[in-house]
Design a protein around this ligand. Sequence first.
Ligand SMILES: NC(=O)c1ccc[n+]([C@@H]2O[C@H](COP(=O)([O-])OP(=O)(O)OC[C@H]3O[C@@H](n4cnc5c(N)ncnc54)[C@H](OP(=O)(O)O)[C@@H]3O)[C@@H](O)[C@H]2O)c1
Length: 536
Amino acid sequence: MVHSAMVENPLMLGLPEEKRPEPFAMVIFGAHGDLCKRKLLPAIYALYVQNLLPENFAILGQSRTEKTDQKFRDDMKEAVIKYSEDLEFDQASWDRFAPSLYYRAGDSKNLESYKEMKATLAELEKQHGTMGNHIFYLSTPPSLYMPIITKLAESGLAIARKKNEPAWPRVVVEKPFGHDLASSLELDATLHDVLSEPQIYRIDHYLGKETVQNIMCFRFANSIFEPIWNREFVDHIQITSAETIGVEDRGAYYEEAGALRDMIQNHLMQLVALVAMEPPISLDPEATRDERVKVLNAIRPFSADTIDDFSVRGQYGEGYVLGDKAARYRDEKNVSPESTRETYAALKLYIDNWRWAGVPIYLRSGKRLAKRLTEIAIQFRKPPKMLFKQLGGSIYHNTPASESPNVLVMKIQPDDGISLKFATKQPGPTTQIRSLTMDFRYGTAFGSRTPPAYERLILDALIGDPSLYARSDFYEASWKLYQPLIEHWEKSVPGKSTGKGYLVAHRPFPNYESGSWGPQESDEMLSIEGHTWREL
Ligand SMILES: NC(=O)c1ccc[n+]([C@@H]2O[C@H](COP(=O)([O-])OP(=O)(O)OC[C@H]3O[C@@H](n4cnc5c(N)ncnc54)[C@H](OP(=O)(O)O)[C@@H]3O)[C@@H](O)[C@H]2O)c1
């Protein structure tokens, strides 16, 4: 725990003076909501105590719930104390910060609220010197994104800037960015009617995680990994995002979303892009975003004939998770007892370019699995001659250590870090081979705190650096890829697949026990290629 009055400031490192945020006023739509309490305000306060905010700023919360500025400040203080991950609360800092927080009740669908907002922002400009730099954070239910953008324009609060003009005002759009290809294109078109691309920040909090940012540094700031980062040396890649929790009180949302939309289409695709991209020509935001999008455009589209060989969906039944009894998904609050919504999805992708041709990339994401973790595992090819084949001795897998391949694991959460598995000789008179790992952990390697994702992302939006935000064409490419699968899953009942491939015998839902590692069809999808999921 770091005391917030004297917090060390890793985000400052390497931040040139001209990159400090200008004065600003941030409007948070949905300020009575969960995200504002748990993530946004704790992040903004953490930036403040690290002296990363400019002297002149103001935060204006909006939701329909009536409350005074003072009540909003009290609620946010409680939230900061409760949710600031590693900052000890400091009353004196809070007392300096809190007078910059304001709240106005209003309905985001109502144009009148925007007229009042405009007047309030003009008032804040006078009081706090915010210089008319406005940033609008959309943290409401997604159905309100388009009405808010339209009303911001109608009220004159959002104006599109030309290329050489300062990119204010800005809009930060929370996930989900659309529900399918058509709705994401519509949302994007609405944004572009009102703002230019440099004013638009589509948040994917995975990109704000330290370990995710480190993927590029690891690959392109070292010279020893990149030469083997290709089809010649990599056998396959596995990306896992596993949760132990179920849908909790978000049943209504999850019935609409499911694992594919909630996790894979956005977060996991960002990981695929970072792991597989070519080196950008510079760190210019557009150069790195160009390379990420190219990866998505090179992924082989799903084909109607084999779609069930490349994708598996699952839904959790009853079971035990970490020793506790867990109900099936269909018995969760606000979930249909006949729901066919997937709580687990696994995919096999191929990137059809020179670097990755023929290398399967497996993705899996699910709820109520055996363990909570997110990781990327690069599995390298076996040595060309298995010299120690007869010796055995692995403690990790069924495969003897002498045969078990090198695996480089990038752990995104928890215990963020990197580990490399390799075979080694066990000390003793005989040649016994064991698999061991070399580990690097963020938690212990650096003395400073690891800033939570929202801290970095909000700071970047204030500075005007969109590198760690998704560009319009990223979401378009990702939705284009998944649209056929979304339609296929919508049309076909689990257990009665219309596919023509090997895995047509997908069982009806629920098809995996809570606390397991997902449906057996997922294992079969890999075994067809001679692969197995990592035992985690
Ligand atoms: N929570 C998370 O961890 C998380 C993570 C990633 C992304 N997100 C995304 O972030 C957004 C917000 O999530 P959340 O969990 O904070 O949702 P939430 O708890 O439901 O909060 C949304 C808030 O919006 C306000 N609201 C609803 N209708 C309104 C209207 N017509 N006018 C003005 N305000 C209105 C509501 O407050 P009133 O009832 O007072 O109006 C509500 O508190 C969602 O799009 C979600 O997908 C959330």
